[in-house]
Write a protein that binds this ligand. Sequence first.
Ligand code: SF4
Length: 462
Amino acid sequence: MKMVMKLHIKNFGCQMNKLDSSLVCSALVERGFELVETSEDADVILMNTCSVRQHAEERVLSHLGRLKHEKKSRPELVVGVIGCMAQRMGAELAEHEAVDLVAGPGQIAQIPDLIEEVLASKGTVVAVSEDIRVKGSDVERVGLDEFEMAYDSDANHIPGQAFVRVMRGCNNFCTYCIVPYVRGPEVSRKPADIIKQIRKLADGGVKQITLLGQTIDAYEYAEGGKIYRLGDLLEETSEIEGVEWIRFITSHPGKFDAGILEAMASLKKVTPYLHIPAQSGSDRILKAMNRRYTAEHYLSLIEKARQMVPGISIVSDFIVGFPGETEEDFEATVELVRKARFKNSFVFKYSPRVGTHCEKKLADDVSDEVKKERNIELLAVQNAISEEDNLKYLGATVKVLVEGLSKKPHLNKAENDDNPQLVGRTATDHIVVFNGPERLRASFADVKVIKTSALTLFGEID
Ligand code: SF4
């Protein structure tokens, strides 16, 4: 009798990685693998890695260190490193004693075959894109699209929600960022394929679709004499029965155009939510980052968004301690956060990424201590704004899409097992926790807000 192989997959990265992991899992389950929760129970362990921050790579290396020891007692264990770090390091990673398989993001469709190859040969297999900045052939692109179409299903996602990739790669070359070197050039998917995939997901009960792209506002596909842009995709997605909320992440301030705001303003299903990273409030630093916009342009863009889409919530990312960032530059960032009044901001301390312009040309000259202080200060400014702005929800009833059981039940104690604490999000992406029956998962609920904090709204079913 053929033994069932057990698979454990660990995810270290962004939504793109989570999506890739779920596709690979589905493909392997179809081949007879059984998914297990822990690495101890697995015959095959896959780590889907991220290279955007040094910390993420360090975590992978420390896991590999542990697995090296585990392989001494279980030499038959297969360990694969996939994703961005695999593409960045390639054969160098394959030299690690724990590693049997290295596969980049462009090779996800081949992973089931590559695992079989490792199992049969007992050797190490490396599959990464040789020249990542050269657009893959049509055969490769179609292969990736077919893989996406075949293995994406509502079962892959948070119940009731799905993330759908509309493009791969990035052409921006922000000087600190590794993405263009590990995910390759921008390639937009064919609109008809995207819409077909969303229809399939909606037929399976998905109510919220999040369109995914590294620079989603740069989406562009020429077909039949027409150029399709993000606004067109939003419009076509809106027409799909069953889809009720549509989001898109992540936007680049230098690419964003009025057509997207017009689509947001006119299409009821498109939620009033925009994730548009500013990264810095200093024009000098923005230039050194090669972001290709100024703080003034950024602020006028979000002002326009607020005029055209009333109630829109805007979220940003920032890097503090970028090479050469002075106290004055940092103050400009604080000023931008004060003016912009984001719903929330993700703040990261700069760390050089091997192979980027920054790593090669700019000294990492802001001390760790200063980076940490700036990180804490910027978050404190943002939190005060979020706390103040969230007060407007007090006493209001908000519609939420319920995600499921809340992971932090101490925030709002469940009354009993039949009425546990649930978590959901509003159309503006505010997190709401409340007590309610678990059957509400994946459906909409009206919740009255009875308490607020900077990051969470607390409520009760209305
Ligand atoms: S837009 Fe800039 S930060 Fe974003 S993925 Fe592309 S290069 Fe990286």
